[in-house]
Design a protein around this ligand. Structure first.
Ligand SMILES: Cc1ncc(COP(=O)(O)O)c(C=O)c1O
Length: 373
């Protein structure tokens, strides 16, 4: 039965549009090397899995905001790895970062109904725009320069006046750019717009130290973190957000009413994950080696691609600027599934994103298929 009357129809999910090409790539002996989604395949640390299995927290409801040890572990991690001291009272749990990214516009709009706009980088993770759409708001893309930094001068003052929030993402998905988060924080304060800084790749920063917006104070800003990439826990669904005391309190109250809760065993796993840095250093080495190896494989087969400044994606300029044609070529010739750049905004049309999440032997399979092994 359908009761729809011409209202919202969810668009096709980007990766669902790749099923035909996946079938093409799968015809290669050894199967498809799926580099389309940034889903980790390397293992989380054993102590984290142990905590997940044996926390004894299954029976009762978990705290929506996160247990005190959970929030303390996140704050201690930020202090140790990012060099910022944030009060644990200004830290709250999220069920991975995607649901928070998708939900923030509707929650901000509830208390600022006179505002209706979400600003986000024009080449970026698609959920920033989708969150605006799901809230019935305007998604307004902010142009970026050649280094994928926001072009502040391009923001229309009328859009700034209507903005519920601005998203920044450093290191950025898909292009691996690093933005100046101090400038972002200052822009938000000047214009009275909360700045949400998606920092889920922060420990995969390859140029200089990791950057967090919280280095520039907490007023008017919220950093969003995730253990999905850091600790290969995308399947467990856990992250946190931290920053402006009033914003964190408001969001965490709303989320409590709506029943957003990180399961207790997952909170226990998160405490173990944030408490250990060694596994992240091992993972950094894996991603750096794969990025360099795939860059080499592509160069040997005729396509030059720069290394990213952060995150674990290659943002490959498609020969002739035709990303779908290059994605098809990759599937046909190399048995590789990539993501056409239009998934990340119109400005991404000429590129293909490749995620370095598959084990090294799969990259060697790609090299052999292309005859450059
Ligand atoms: C920039 C960015 N933000 C957020 C997410 C969501 O990650 P999760 O919901 O697993 O924390 C992703 C996942 O790929 C991402 O690339």
């Amino acid at each position: 039965m359908s009761t729809a009357t011409g209202g919202f129809v969810p668009p096709p999910y980007p990766y669902d549009r790749l099923r035909d090409l996946e079938a093409v790539a799968s015809q290669h002996p050894g199967g498809c090397v799926d580099l389309s989604v940034g889903t980790p395949t390397d293992p989380p640390p054993p102590a984290v899995v142990e905590a997940l299995a044996h926390s004894g927290t299954e029976r009762g409801y978990p705290l929506s905001i996160g247990s005190p040890p959970f929030r303390a572990a996140a704050a201690a991690w930020m202090s140790r790895r990012l060099g910022v001291d944030v009060d644990a009272a200004q830290v709250a749990a999220c069920i991975g970062s995607k649901e928070l990214v998708a939900g923030v516009p509707q929650w901000l709009r509830l208390r600022s109904p006179d505002r209706d706009t979400v600003l986000y980088p024009e080449v970026s993770y698609p959920t920033y725009a989708m969150g605006a759409t799901l809230a019935g708001c305007r998604a307004v893309a902010v142009p970026v320069d050649a280094a994928f930094r926001l072009d502040w001068s391009a923001i229309d003052p009328r859009d700034a006046e209507r903005a519920l929030c601005l998203w920044v993402n450093t290191p950025g998905n898909p292009a691996g750019g690093l933005d100046d988060l101090g400038v972002a924080a200052a822009w938000g304060r000047t214009h009275g717009v909360p700045v949400f800084s998606d920092e889920c790749y922060v420990e995969f920063t390859w140029v200089g130290p990791p950057r967090t917006i919280l280095e520039h104070g907490t007023e008017g800003v919220v950093a969003v973190h995730s253990l999905s990439k850091r600790s290969n826990l995308a399947g467990a669904r856990v992250g946190c957000y931290a920053g402006d005391a009033e914003l964190v309190a408001y969001l965490s109250e709303i989320r409590k009413h709506a029943g957003f809760m990180v399961p207790g065993p997952v909170q226990a796993a998160a405490i173990a994950a944030w408490g250990d840095d060694e596994h992240v250093d091992v993972q950094r080495g894996r991603y750096q080696a794969r990025l360099a190896r795939m860059q080499e494989i592509l160069a040997l087969s005729g396509t030059e691609v720069p290394l990213p400044q952060g995150a674990f994606y290659l943002w490959v300029p498609a020969p002739g600027g035709d990303a779908w044609a290059f994605t098809r070529w990759l599937a046909t010739e190399a048995g590789v599934l990539g993501s056409p750049g239009e998934f990340y905004g119109e400005a991404g049309r000429g590129h293909v994103r490749l995620a370095m999440v598959r084990p090294d032997d799969q990259l060697e399979l790609v090299a052999a298929r292309l005859g450059v092994g």
